[in-house]
Design a protein around this ligand. Structure first.
Ligand SMILES: *Cc1c(COP(=O)(O)O)cnc(C)c1O
Length: 423
């Protein structure tokens, strides 16, 4: 499918005249319409809730947008819990799906009334020692081991992944938790990341639904919800077919009716913890061409670098690039589009066929709305960019300012020699 930016060149120049490049831009309309499609796809399940994975796009403006569309949040750290709390998420609107969890984070999650999803059987002891009790609602993360047909580069096969409990352990965990007062149980699993097939959720659902029936029968623990977690992907490449969320919802419904309903478990709520699917296509990284270099290859140097978008450097991930204003020009130039890090993997594209690029051209790097800004870092003393939200009426708003050197030096507030640049 042809990939088109959600914004025009004119609008981008207007935004860039106010907020210098590079910046991440988000599309309110796209986010809202997609969230509504997800709700519609699971409308057959009265208890359905999407817990947006905060780590994908940790920005209060984005979280509030999603909250208005009925989403909760999925957190895995102290600051993600704090941001959820500050944005008005409370109680069971927050899922805490963490691993190797510092006890203080269990405490904060419990104080906020969040649903705690335990990654390991040994965390039962840790949680009880930390809180002095076991919450009545509790969830356990499952790892079936072995290989999973839909795995791809981002995450290992379940058997090699650090997450979750074995089959034996989850039965044991349910028994222990029940004996300690837990009353409403959940099951969670995340087996493959960025899947581009409508079969992932239904396949995962079958595994979890069959497990739920056995768990409830053998332990007597009441399974209240099943969390299909994240992993529904997006089509980063133009030749990929995007997921059809209505087909995915329908696929899960079929398995539900085959497995849960006949077992008398037709009241189980379905939860999701999507990040990428909720946001990736509705954000882009906007950057300007500032250098060209002709050596053994043709290079275009841009004012963004891997600290603004790590996925190409980290996973060799493809991100489509549109040279704004040249959408219809022939792609007859082969470029490496590179950032300024002293790190040779700082390349947004390698051997990419693009229209001839002139200095000053605006480039839109697609699908950066999830795991884009949020994976940013400060290597080479580079500063994080701003984030801008494009509203449905065409107005726009800064939803995070760009870092300044003062921010970078802020953690030297005890060190006089840095005062010159810190104040
Ligand atoms: C990262 C993560 C998600 C979201 O994953 P996506 O691939 O962005 O959908 C959901 N749940 C947990 C526990 C995660 O770690």
């Amino acid at each position: 499918m042809e990939k088109k930016p959600f914004v025009t060149l004119e609008k981008l120049e207007e935004i860039a005249s106010q907020f210098p490049t590079p910046f991440h831009l988000y599309d309110e309309r796209g986010i809202r319409e997609n969230a509504e499609r997800l709700r519609a796809a699971f409308a057959w399940n009265p208890g359905f809730r999407e817990y947006f994975a905060v780590k994908a796009t940790p920005n209060p403006f984005i979280l509030k947008l999603l909250r208005e569309r009925g989403c909760g949040t999925d957190c895995s750290s102290m600051t993600e819990l704090m941001m959820s709390d500050a944005c008005g998420f409370a109680g069971h609107e927050i899922m805490f799906s963490s691993n190797e969890t510092p006890p203080a984070e269990f405490k904060l999650a419990a104080d906020l009334g969040a649903i705690i999803n335990l990654d390991d059987i040994t965390h039962i002891r840790c949680l009880e020692d930390t809180l002095g009790y076991i919450p009545e609602t509790i969830s356990c993360r499952y790892n079936p081991g072995g290989v999973f047909a839909m795995s791809n580069g981002v995450m290992d096969n379940p058997g090699d992944a650090k997450y979750g409990m074995t089959t034996e352990q989850i039965f044991e965990a349910f028994r222990i938790l029940k004996s300690k007062g837990a009353k409403r149980f959940g099951i969670h699993a995340f087996l493959a990341s960025n899947t581009v097939t409508n079969e992932y959720y239904p396949t995962l659902a079958k595994i979890l639904f069959e497990l739920a029936v056995k768990l409830q029968k053998e332990t007597g623990a009441k399974v209240a919800f099943i969390n299909l977690s994240g992993g529904v992907g997006v089509a980063y490449r133009p030749d990929q077919e995007p997921n059809d969320i209505m087909a995915i919802g329908e696929g899960v419904r079929k398995v539900y009716q085959e497995v849960l309903t006949p077992a008398g478990m037709g009241d189980v709520a379905i939860y999701t913890e999507l990040g990428r699917f909720m946001l990736a296509p509705y954000g882009c990284l906007v950057t300007r061409a500032i250098h060209e270099k002709h050596t053994y290859k043709e290079y275009i140097g841009v004012d963004a670098c891997a600290v603004n978008l790590m996925r190409p450097a980290m996973y060799g991930a493809y991100h489509h690039i549109t040279v704004m204003g040249k959408e219809n020009a022939p792609c007859d130039h082969k470029y490496d589009v590179v950032g300024s890090l002293c790190e040779n993997n700082d390349k947004f594209a390698i051997d990419r066929m693009l229209p001839a690029i002139d200095m000053g051209d605006l480039l839109v790097i697609h699908d950066t709305g999830a795991h884009g800004f949020s994976m940013g870092y400060n290597y080479n003393g580079k500063l994080r960019s701003s984030e801008i939200l494009l509203h449905e009426d065409g107005s726009f708003e800064m939803i995070r300012r760009a870092e300044t050197p003062k921010d970078y030096f802020a953690t030297f507030d005890f060190c006089d020699v840095m005062d010159k640049y810190r104040k």
